[in-house]
Design a protein around this ligand. Sequence first.
Ligand SMILES: NC(=O)C[C@H](N)C(=O)O
Length: 347
Amino acid sequence: SEVPGKIVSTSPQIAAVNTALPNITILATGGTIAGSSASTTDVTGYTAGALGINTLINAVPEMKQIADVSGEQIANVGSPDIDNEVLLKLAKRINTLLATKDVDGIVVTHGTDTLEETAYFLNLVVKSDKPVVVVGAMRPATAISADGPFNLYNAVKIASSKESRGKGVMIELNDRIGAARYITKTNTTGTDTFKSVEQGYLGVVSGDKVQFYNEVTRKHTVNTVFDVSNLTELPQVDILYEYQNNGSYLYDAAINAGAKGIVVAGSGNGSLSTASEKGAAKAVSKGVVVVRSTRTGSGVVTHSANDDKSGFVSSDSLNPQKARILLMLALTKSKNPAVIQSFFDEY
Ligand SMILES: NC(=O)C[C@H](N)C(=O)O
């Protein structure tokens, strides 16, 4: 049965059968991989999050030769509508499943638009070294040459591989294995959209082999201090974009709306205009933590003497949307900019 809409049942819908194979649970959240259109050539106007987990699993019966696959529906939405509630629900469910001997790995199906945010969140809060692979697609399931089925097959293959343990949360599209920490969506419609400009991929799925070439050096999963088990919500963090002739009123709007943190997508090396500096200083004076990231798309925002003077945090190489994820979790531990800076230096 298809289940579009927000949060739906978490009860297992397809049960594992062959006990000799690794047990992989697929947690479905929607996206283009579950997208559907009346036209086989429609790759932009389709409905994301239209097909249920049973349909996705039944479309790839080959998975059953490499794993005992079971599925659960966590949500069924386009990924722009993934919110903090879904993030917490997903993370808690993954931690519960991976704590049992019955589950060897997790695959999360997800829309690609905000996939990197969910993957990085899970990278920081999953308390297991068992593989977690987040997978999406750029063409809906109904399209000619839909990329979802093979991406899903590859994701199950990665999650089933012993070598995938301890790698942090991974992203699979287009045969590449990306690290949640490094990968970002770089193209609006291309199937090769997930890239890591500076750090590259962790590995590839080549033929029937899962091959790793790189490791993530930043702390993840079992080595982070973050714990969602008792959290029912996350602190509000907003992102403000830097541009010419801006004012400081959007900072006021964020402060008045209850933001506990603000990430600035600064120009260049995290630069703020004079107006933004004023808005950011006001935020800091009210106890709101301000993180400087960059709108450039790559590179490190370097920590400056002015950051220490103004109480700002620099984002290292985290883009604004991932800096927001880390800042939400950091704020569950501390409001002190120096402590939060240490998280940005480690994670
Ligand atoms: N390719 C995709 O999955 C895009 C879709 N709008 C989503 O993020 O849900």
